[in-house]
Write a protein that binds this ligand. Structure first.
Ligand SMILES: [Zn+2]
Ligand SMILES: [Zn+2]
Length: 165
């Protein structure tokens, strides 16, 4: 069964390779960009409420996820772009708008950009070093001057920020 699947995948990849010549024919099983609104929950703790899964978040880690209004849960891949969710509780208190990559076969998302809804207006969430005038995804030392970066929440579009996508 497994080896059949592997063969299938291998031929599938060959087909994808052949198709890339025609740019407009995107393979169906590709990553896509999504924009999702919701709040951060820990998937383990959410499942514990309903199915008693016995979380061990303190010793391991929280499976932080975006829960959208329709109840769907999208776990965040632990990338640098999502690190602030683990490191700064403000990211877990606000209603967020997350731009992310979505992948076939999983609900996990890779964060591209995190924004918040504050007074019904979209805000950019990021960290900033005044000295170097550079932005960062997460709290800590500025990668340039090593001074601590500052948390910023500014109306969306008012500042130039991150995305290097
Ligand atoms: Zn947890
Ligand atoms: Zn700096």
């Amino acid at each position: 069964m497994k080896s059949h699947r592997r063969e299938f995948l291998a031929t599938g990849m060959l087909a994808v390779g052949a198709l890339t010549v025609r740019a407009q024919d995107k393979p169906a099983a590709d990553a896509s960009e999504v924009s999702l609104r919701g709040k951060i929950v820990c998937l383990t703790e959410e499942l514990d409420k309903r199915f008693n899964v016995l979380p061990d978040c303190d010793k391991q880690h929280h499976v932080y996820s975006l829960k959208t209004a329709d109840g769907k849960i999208h776990p965040l891949l632990p990338t640098e772009s999502a690190a602030a969710v683990w490191m700064d509780e403000r990211f877990r208190q606000r209603e967020l708008q997350i731009t992310a990559r979505s992948f076939p076969g999983t609900n996990h998302i890779e964060v591209i950009k995190i924004q918040s809804w504050l007074n019904a207006k979209l805000h950019d969430l990021y960290y900033y070093c005044d000295i170097c005038a550079i932005t960062a995804f997460k709290p800590g030392a500025c990668e340039c001057c090593q001074e601590p970066v500052e948390f910023r929440e500014t109306p969306a579009g008012a500042s130039k920020i991150i995305p290097q996508n």
